[in-house]
Design a protein around this ligand. Structure first.
Ligand code: MD3
Ligand code: FE
Length: 215
């Protein structure tokens, strides 16, 4: 063991991924069925769709949103919008079970009073991936982002403040919650292509919910 190796970078224990990032392993496990029922209620009103990147490519991850603001991408760029461009109607309300989970997890990670106004729901099927990017469409970077993983496991890439920095690989499983804030908030991150598999509740899918204070 060489403690100096970690002195200025990441702590060697699993919960604190890096300064500002905390993994709460299996934090949402006991609520998985009610969370999934709430996802179904959202997708009944705002179905998953494959958005286009500003460059015109179809994203392999299918997405939808709930809450006052939703993240959207099309050929004119990325932004938050109060309305679903498919229906022209406001995004479905954020289910109480979502908001309570996000606030409790943020509090556990040292960010009390987190009140998300946006929940992006990402659906991965085998082969779907998210390339390295920063989340910077939100107004206040002092606000953390809470992410919840459900279904098939995935490998999360956690890089640095520049795209060129090497990325760590963090496995994320069903029920894991991660809170990203402080100095971790603007780090590059992504998700490797989802491997084939079958989850007892979700089958060949992974869902990731990200909670943000966007506006
Ligand atoms: C690290 N989603 O929707 S959430 C995204 O699994 C997104 O679907 C991923 O990245 C997914 O933008 C990962 C984890 C996440 C979210 C925001 C971050 C990690 C982050 C912001 C800064 C650093
Ligand atoms: Fe992101």
């Amino acid at each position: 063991m060489t403690p100096d190796l970690f002195a200025d970078s990441c702590a060697p224990w699993q919960e604190a991924v890096c300064e500002g990032a905390v993994v709460l392993r299996r934090y949402a496990l006991a609520q998985d069925r009610s969370l999934l029922a709430a996802v179904d209620s959202v997708t009944a009103a705002a179905p998953f769709r494959h958005m286009l990147t500003p460059g015109g490519y179809r994203m392999s991850v299918a997405m939808t949103n709930c809450g006052p603001l939703g993240w959207v991408s099309d050929e004119s760029g990325y932004r938050y919008d109060a309305c679903d461009p498919v229906s022209g109607r406001p995004w479905p309300a954020m289910p109480t079970v979502f908001a309570e989970l996000a606030t409790a997890a943020a509090t556990a990670a040292g960010f009390p009073d987190f009140m998300p106004d946006a929940c992006l729901i990402n659906r991965y099927e085998p082969g779907a991936r998210l390339s390295l990017h920063q989340d910077r469409n939100e107004r206040d970077f002092r606000q953390p982002i809470v992410s919840l993983s459900l279904g098939l496991p995935a490998v999360f890439l956690f890089g640095g403040l520049r795209r060129s920095e090497p990325a760590r690989r963090i496995p994320l499983e069903h029920g894991d919650v991660v809170v990203w804030g402080g100095p971790a908030r603007l780090r590059y991150h992504g998700v490797l292509a989802l491997k084939e598999g079958a989850h007892p509740l979700l089958g060949r899918r992974r869902l990731n919910l990200t909670f943000r204070k966007a506006g």
